[in-house]
Design a protein around this ligand. Structure first.
Ligand code: NAI
Length: 270
């Protein structure tokens, strides 16, 4: 069990969505939060919410798309807090553009935030976890990294990479005797606004999930040292369905409405 009391818990992308909700829950369990985000105003608001509830949190403005910004935030975090106990790589972005609409810069930014930032934060904080003899690294990926979706070529590919990143770390730690736990999280759509406009054909099987429920489930999974969380359960069917011929698999993706789920996507209005 990874208990949160007095543990230093770093969450990226903590200014909104499930990052903010996980921070509030972990603070209520006695964790000492270290919150990173690009959005300074909303990040400060989350720190204020935690303080008002009697919790502890500090904020670091960081652009996870840029290596130098991550390194600067990591140096400050290590200097001011020492090693972290739990690292939750949660920040993510989506453009939702068709292949020929997305610019090279947009594709690179998606991979920088959704994938490369994980390498950079782990490189910064794993040595401290090893030195103190324990830690937990959480990768917030996506169901679209298990089964890809039209208009999400960069996003799905970046999340598939994040899933493989987690798996490789888990196996490497076991092989090398590194006492650090890992958890990968693969949710279907969540009503945070990030995927505003998406649709689901069978809400009982593939609901657009409530952020509070997802955040609560992830926090419990970290406490229980669960290696993998796939939400909702129906997404797990993608694994056996991959044994089918590709045309059958694609027909089922279409039948379940996954192929059309992004048709009315608008995303966040910045
Ligand atoms: P959100 O958009 O509400 O929150 C993401 C946070 O990341 C924001 O506070 C944003 O400011 C921050 N962020 C974005 N780019 C950043 C950057 N370059 N540097 C620093 N911070 C940055 O999103 P939500 O829905 O809470 O998503 C959290 C995670 O869950 C993401 O990794 C997302 O890909 C994943 N996810 C979300 C799903 C959904 O339907 N909302 C479905 C499956 C996975």
């Amino acid at each position: 069990m990874t208990g949160f009391r007095n543990r230093r818990v770093l969450i990226t992308g903590a200014a909104s969505g499930i990052g903010r909700l996980m921070a509030l829950r972990i603070a209520a369990r006695g964790g000492r939060l270290i919150l990173w985000d690009l959005d300074e105003a909303h990040l400060a608001a989350v720190v204020g919410e935690i303080a008002a509830a009697g919790g502890q949190a500090s904020a670091y403005v960081c652009n996870l798309a840029e290596r130098v910004s991550i390194e600067a935030a990591a140096s400050r975090t290590l200097a001011e807090h020492g090693a972290v106990d739990v690292l939750i790589n949660n920040a993510g972005i989506v453009d939702g553009k068709r292949m020929l609409e997305a610019t090279d810069e947009e594709v690179e930014r998606t991979f920088a935030v959704n994938t490369l930032a994980h390498f950079r934060t782990v490189r910064a904080f794993l040595p401290g976890m090893k030195a103190q003899g324990g830690g937990h690294i959480v990768t917030i990926a996506s169901a679209s990294g298990i089964a890809a979706v039209p208009r999400l070529a960069d996003y799905s590919a970046s999340k598939a990479a994040a899933i493989a990143f987690d798996e490789s770390l888990r196996l490497e730690f076991a092989h090398d005797g590194v006492p650090v736990k890992t958890t990968v999280v693969c949710p279907y759509y969540i009503a945070t606004g990030m995927f505003e406009g998406v649709r689901t054909r069978f809400p009982l099987l593939l609901p657009i999930m409530q952020p509070e429920a997802v955040a609560g489930r992830i926090v419990r999974a970290i406490e229980r040292d669960e290696s993998r969380v796939i939400l909702p359960w129906f997404v797990r069917c993608a694994f056996p369905l991959r044994l089918l011929p590709v045309a059958w698999f694609d027909a089922l993706m279409s039948f379940f409405g996954i192929t059309k789920s992004m048709d009315d996507f608008t995303g966040r209005k910045h």
